[in-house]
Design a protein around this ligand. Structure first.
Ligand SMILES: *[C@@H]1O[C@H](CO)[C@@H](O)[C@H](O)[C@H]1NC(C)=O
Ligand SMILES: *[C@@H]1O[C@H](CO)[C@@H](O)[C@H](O)[C@H]1NC(C)=O
Ligand SMILES: *[C@@H]1O[C@H](CO)[C@@H](O)[C@H](O)[C@H]1NC(C)=O
Ligand SMILES: *[C@@H]1O[C@H](CO)[C@@H](O)[C@H](O)[C@H]1NC(C)=O
Ligand SMILES: *[C@@H]1O[C@H](CO)[C@@H](O)[C@H](O)[C@H]1NC(C)=O
Ligand SMILES: *[C@@H]1O[C@H](CO)[C@@H](O)[C@H](O)[C@H]1NC(C)=O
Length: 452
């Protein structure tokens, strides 16, 4: 009894125990350590703290937390300082602002301002930043170097400084890119002992052709000059918006799209007409059993018509005269359904029997029937199924005989109407010939005929 109870208890405890989220040991980081006390097991919501070695700069969160078996956010990094040696400075004719020429450490993300030795020109900028142990030192150009001839050129750019025939070493020219062109690199080139330092590049803009905008029913948002092609500078963006009454074909719930110029030719999105009150209506190709339809397409739009041709013996379910079905917001209307054509129906005739019965008869089919004894057909013992129904009345009526018209004789009993099989007795007058003594009411009238 007791062990059974323990088993139940263990079972009850099990789910909460297993659902307890446990994180693996938090990652160690380079040039840093975890400062919170280490644990054997890290549970949900446990936190650990990181710290970088002296001189290193923490990038990222100081604390991370165990959430659903994952440490979030990711552990930080420790960024290394930059080391600028006395030898490096001397070789590059540099010294730190304030006259320092000795080896020094600069923490990551910290900056240092430089100067060049006497007789040298510094290529800007003079302030350089240390990024995780990396720092690009400025260039010092000797003023005693060879002259440079003519200013350098760059495509789609011009020099904005005075153009000269000869430039002294250490002098520079400044560049400007033409309209819509984006500059890549320093805007200055220096004459360095007879040669020019790297010239900047002017990057082509993205062209958005007006004709394409027209074709896609889109325009530049707040666009002033809609009469010409639009240019977007490299690295810049432009917002396009669908013309009034249009939405993006790719997403009807949006009408604006941002084009970013990154060097590849921009793709102009397409806009389609949008009726605010009546979103686009489409119908799929219908499945018509026992029939076919035209024209066949994958998708139909509001107001599209198809003509249904039902197989012989079948008819459009809602045959209102036409065989044309329309695509509407509720789908195809009327329903493109071919049903068995029912023109005439007969499953039972009172006081009669249908010969080879069928229940449903198509146009042109004939029904035959017989009437029970004592009954006869009203019209004919058969009928033709026509467009308007049976050609004759399908009915059996009780056989009756009117009193016979007799000359030269009498009969009895006398009634105004006789039923099937009723018999009469006949007396001929003494002057006439002797006729039949009895006659019966039959399907064909009195038989034998009551004559004298
Ligand atoms: C680097 O310095 C800038 C300001 O000088 C500061 O905004 C930024 O947060 C710093 N980055 C890091 C990783 O410390
Ligand atoms: C300039 O370059 C020449 C070789 O092309 C070199 O001999 C000379 O020392 C250089 N002058 C300076 C000031 O760097
Ligand atoms: C260098 O150019 C300057 C003018 O910019 C000129 O005065 C000087 O004579 C030139 N030196 C040489 C060696 O051509
Ligand atoms: C060239 O670049 C410097 C900084 O890099 C900037 O101050 C200056 O305005 C620029 N000149 C032109 C013409 O863009
Ligand atoms: C369409 O745009 C809406 C609104 O910005 C957005 O919520 C939806 O996810 C987009 N649909 C598609 C298929 O991109
Ligand atoms: C009508 O369609 C049904 C379902 O496809 C099929 O079983 C039946 O044979 C068809 N009838 C005729 C007369 O083609």
């Amino acid at each position: 009894m007791k062990s059974c109870f323990l088993l139940v208890a263990a079972f009850l405890l099990w789910p909460s125990f297993s659902s307890q989220n446990v994180c693996e040991e938090p990652d160690e980081i380079d040039f840093g350590e975890i400062v919170t006390t280490e644990k054997v097991k890290y549970l949900e919501n446990d936190r650990v703290q990181y710290r970088c070695n002296p001189g290193y700069v923490l990038e990222g969160p100081e604390w991370i937390q165990c959430k659903e078996q994952e440490w979030t956010p990711h552990p930080p990094k420790c960024l290394a300082p930059c080391r600028i040696t006395r030898q490096q400075l001397a070789a590059k004719k540099l010294f730190a602002f304030g006259g320092q020429r000795k080896t020094q450490f600069i923490q990551s993300n910290h900056s240092l301002q430089f100067q060049c030795n006497e007789g040298y020109v510094l290529v800007a900028p003079s302030v350089r930043k240390c990024v995780d142990s990396y720092m690009e030192l400025p260039l010092c150009i000797s003023e005693r170097g060879q002259n440079c001839s003519g200013p350098p050129r760059t495509e789609n750019g011009d020099i904005s400084t005075l153009s000269e025939k000869q430039y002294r070493s250490g002098s520079s020219v400044e560049f400007r890119c033409q309209k819509y062109y984006a500059m890549e690199g320093q805007n200055r080139s220096f004459c360095d002992n007879g040669t020019w330092t790297k010239v900047p590049i002017c990057l082509d803009p993205c062209m958005i052709p007006k004709a394409e905008l027209e074709r896609q029913k889109i325009e530049v948002k707040d666009g002033m000059d809609a009469s010409e092609n639009t240019f977007v500078q490299r690295g810049h963006s432009i917002e396009l918006t669908c013309k009034t009454g249009y939405v993006l074909a790719a997403n009807a719930s949006q009408s604006a799209s941002v084009i970013h110029c990154n060097g590849t030719p921009p793709v102009i999105p397409n806009c389609k007409a949008y009726d605010l009150f009546c979103p686009e209506i489409t119908c799929n190709s219908p499945r018509v059993l026992n029939g076919s339809f035209r024209p066949i397409k994958n998708i139909y739009h509001d107001g599209d018509l198809i003509r249904i041709q039902c197989d012989s013996g079948f008819i459009l379910e809602t045959d209102y005269g036409g065989k044309v079905v329309e695509c509407t917001e509720n789908g195809w209307s009327p329903s493109p359904k071919c049903v068995f054509e029912i023109t005439c129906q007969a499953d039972y005739i009172e006081h009669g029997t249908i010969l080879s019965p069928k229940v449903i008869y198509k146009e042109g089919e004939r029904i035959r029937f017989s009437c029970n004894e004592g009954y006869t057909y009203v019209d004919r013992p058969d009928a033709l199924c026509t467009e308007t129904g049976w050609s004759t009345i399908l009915q059996c009526t009780e056989i009756q005989c009117p009193p016979p018209q007799m000359r030269n004789g009498l009969f009895r009993p006398y009634r105004s109407q006789y039923m099937y099989n009723d018999a009469i007795e006949i007396w001929c007058s003494p002057m006439s010939n002797f006729g039949n003594k009895f006659s019966k009411c039959t399907a064909n009238g009195w038989s034998p005929p009551p004559l004298c």
